[in-house]
Ligand binder design. Sequence first.
Ligand SMILES: NC(=O)c1ccc[n+]([C@@H]2O[C@H](COP(=O)([O-])OP(=O)(O)OC[C@H]3O[C@@H](n4cnc5c(N)ncnc54)[C@H](O)[C@@H]3O)[C@@H](O)[C@H]2O)c1
Length: 319
Amino acid sequence: MPQPNAADVKSIKIVIVGAGSVGVTTAYALLLDRLAADIVLIDIDKNRAMGEVMDLSHAAHFAQARVRVGDYEDCAHAAAVIITAGVNQKPGQTRLDLVKTNYALFRDVVPRIARHAPDTILVVATNPVDVLTHAAHHLSGFPLERVIGSGTAMDTTRFRHELGKHFGVNPRNVHAMIVGEHGDSQLPVWSLATICGMRLHDYCRAARMEHDEAALEACAKRTREAAYEIIRRKGKTNYGVASVLVSILQPIVTDSDAIMTVSRVGTYAGIQDVALSMPCKLNRHGAYQDVPLLLSELEEAELRESAQSIKEVLMSLEK
Ligand SMILES: NC(=O)c1ccc[n+]([C@@H]2O[C@H](COP(=O)([O-])OP(=O)(O)OC[C@H]3O[C@@H](n4cnc5c(N)ncnc54)[C@H](O)[C@@H]3O)[C@@H](O)[C@H]2O)c1
């Protein structure tokens, strides 16, 4: 990924709404990446936000950036506003279990951001991220390219990590994607997964490995269940998602047309007005162009099911 130079970064302001675990880890990751000059944290718990800012300021010293507590008027002229505010999954809960509480929060927060920063790009991390990306699009009135959910960018990263371990190659050399819901109905796109330009079964033949379907399915299962497993052990996930959020901001700040699986509103497998993840080009305009995939028939059907399950939650909210 291209790094912005110091001159470009001088004017970059990023606002993070929600100074909880995901929000502050993202602020720290932004500092380490030197992606912004001004990082603003907004939280309903101002005391907590101030404590985090005091701590982060001492790290900001090394990154020559400013970190401060703010309010919604500080969203003005932000390159992006990341929303991480909201309740988190408890062990055993699905992401969709959080929907009512976090939707109510979005109805309060998103119009306030939009009022002060009508030209910004919203990056949604709060779960269920696809449902809330759809809500943020409608509540802000922003064009769809300027409302981006972190979506399956996290799952794609986990999937490449799993496949990299299985094949014994660096995950960066595995081209494989998870699309659909950032949740239980997500799907791995096996038909387009490659290493060195070879489909996985061809790679196995070339590398004299067994094409072990059961082991590959286990990689997809561990990807789908990673958050449950981490939450069961430590109560939350924060480092992976923070790095993913920074990797979504990278092409926005550097205007570099990276392709990532992020969530945005559209029509998917015939289901209209729903948000889910497909590969998308990102630059300073946001997630501005879908990259259509030639899915197999089975994958297309699975994508339709994933879109339908998100749509049903959206319809239940409208009741
Ligand atoms: N998209 C992903 O890949 C991903 C990964 C991990 C967590 N998450 C989601 O991110 C969200 C936050 O998780 P967390 O672990 O940081 O939770 P957390 O409890 O540590 O932090 C949430 C923060 O939101 C704040 N908040 C609550 N209501 C607010 C409001 N109205 N305005 C401003 N701030 C408010 C709280 O005070 C708290 O500081 C959850 O919904 C979680 O499921 C998403």
